[in-house]
Ligand binder design. Structure first.
Ligand code: SAH
Length: 395
């Protein structure tokens, strides 16, 4: 196995179990590893630190997997890590009202670059590192043995792959191809998912708990769900008695799926308006029309892909939230989210404070939202915490 020696002092983060070694931390590579090979990482004093996947194309030159020198990264090791991740979600898997979960969440489950979502009997897999790409046959084998899925679909078309120097993939990996739309359940609500073409891996199961929490405020209310995708927040609001829901998304597939979902759950489509539009433009149009809502939900895509994009992203979040706040009556609620890892909760609060000031509104935070337990955060890897939100009341 190729050995990589770190520069003096660079062992600190590894000893704290942070799973990323940046290329600038490498002192010497003893041998010529291929990208995706498992390498041994040692300190400047030649002490063993950890095993990890090597990649010379990525800023993260080694993605660490294992800190125990006696372990061998073989089939049994992958079996153990995958089964552990599944076991830790066993109580969720028993839930009769939900069958859409994240089973493996990359670094948080010690498998950097592997994301596996379970949608009823199908698995949607994202492979975002060369190391995982090399181990793909083993991983498929373990997943099949552990879960007996009908099919495993590859949704490795995320931009993260380009940072690793690997090409995008989208296709059937194993078993039966899923139908264009398969039905899943979440909190007792049925959703159609297009595994092959839907966004990300097909569904945003990271908002499961937040949809439920927010719906508690929806009874009798007029709700605006912005960036609705297939209607997670809209449908939960209807279930809890919302009087009227307006959903806005720019994607035609999202709007089509959302309309199917309204019907599947037998909600009255007369009380629902689906608008395919750019949210910023639509919010301005609503403002000009003098429209008001009781609850406004803002769940935009990631505005800050990295820390360097933070300033621009902060301005975009501020403008969006200012517009959202302007559509609320006093007593109205804004549920606002950010899925940018680079924006932490304190920064997000500052942005919302800034938006409220610009909108001329006094607001109270009444709840904080985060990501659900199937997207755990390893405390040694704070970067894994990406989803945050605030429920804000306009005074
Ligand atoms: N709230 C959703 C998830 C939102 S994901 C849920 O609970 O499932 C972000 C969504 O924003 C995607 O559906 C994407 O199509 C949409 N989107 C991205 N940019 C947009 C824009 N400028 N205007 C409207 N929708 C946009």
């Amino acid at each position: 196995m190729v050995e990589i020696k770190l520069k003096k002092g660079k062992e600190k983060a590894v000893l704290q179990r942070h799973p990323w070694v940046f290329s600038g931390a490498l002192e010497k590579i003893k041998g010529t590893p291929e990208n995706g090979d498992v390498v041994k990482v040692c300190s400047a004093n030649n002490d063993f630190l950890a095993y990890g996947y090597y990649n010379d194309q990525s800023r993260v030159a080694v993605r660490l997997l294992e800190w125990d020198e006696n372990q061998v990264i073989d089939e049994a090791w992958y079996g153990q890590k995958i089964n552990k991740a599944i076991e830790s979600r066993a109580h969720l898997l028993k839930n009769k009202d939900t069958n859409a979960y994240r089973l493996i969440f990359s670094e948080a489950d010690f498998l950097p670059g592997l994301i596996v979502d379970k949608y009823a009997d199908f698995l949607s897999v994202q492979i975002l590192s060369t190391g995982i790409e090399k181990a793909k046959p083993i991983i498929i084998d373990v997943l099949v043995k552990a879960l007996q899925p009908k099919g495993i679909f590859d949704r490795s078309d995320a931009t993260a792959r380009t940072h690793e120097g690997i090409t995008a993939e989208n296709g059937l990996l194993w078993g039966e191809a899923p139908a264009a739309f398969i039905a899943v359940k979440e909190n007792g609500i049925t959703y159609h998912i297009n595994i092959a073409e839907g966004q990300k891996s097909g569904f945003y199961c990271d908002q499961r708990d937040n949809r439920l929490l927010l719906a508690e405020y929806a009874d009798g209310k007029n709700v605006l769900d912005c960036f609705s995708y297939s209607g997670g927040f809209s449908l939960n609001a209807f279930k809890k008695g919302a009087k009227q829901v307006t959903s806005v998304d720019s994607s035609a597939l999202a709007i089509e799926t959302l309309k199917q979902n309204i019907e599947l759950n037998k909600f009255d489509s007369k009380n629902h308006t689906a608008i395919q539009a750019d949210v910023n433009k639509q919010l301005r149009a609503f403002k000009e029309e003098g429209k008001k809502f009781d609850i406004v939900i803002l769940d935009p895509p990631k505005y800050a892909p990295s820390r360097s994009a933070l300033d621009r992203a902060a301005r975009a979040y501020k403008d969006l939230n200012r517009l959202g706040l302007l559509l609320l009556e006093s007593g109205g609620l804004l549920a606002t989210f950010s899925c940018s890892g680079a924006v932490d909760i304190e920064t997000f609060k500052q942005i919302i404070a800034w938006a409220a000031l610009d909108a001329g509104k006094e607001v109270q935070v009444i709840k904080q939202f985060s990501q659900p337990e199937d997207h755990p955060v390893r405390l040694s890897f704070p970067e894994g915490e990406y989803l945050k939100g605030l429920l804000v009341r306009v005074l």
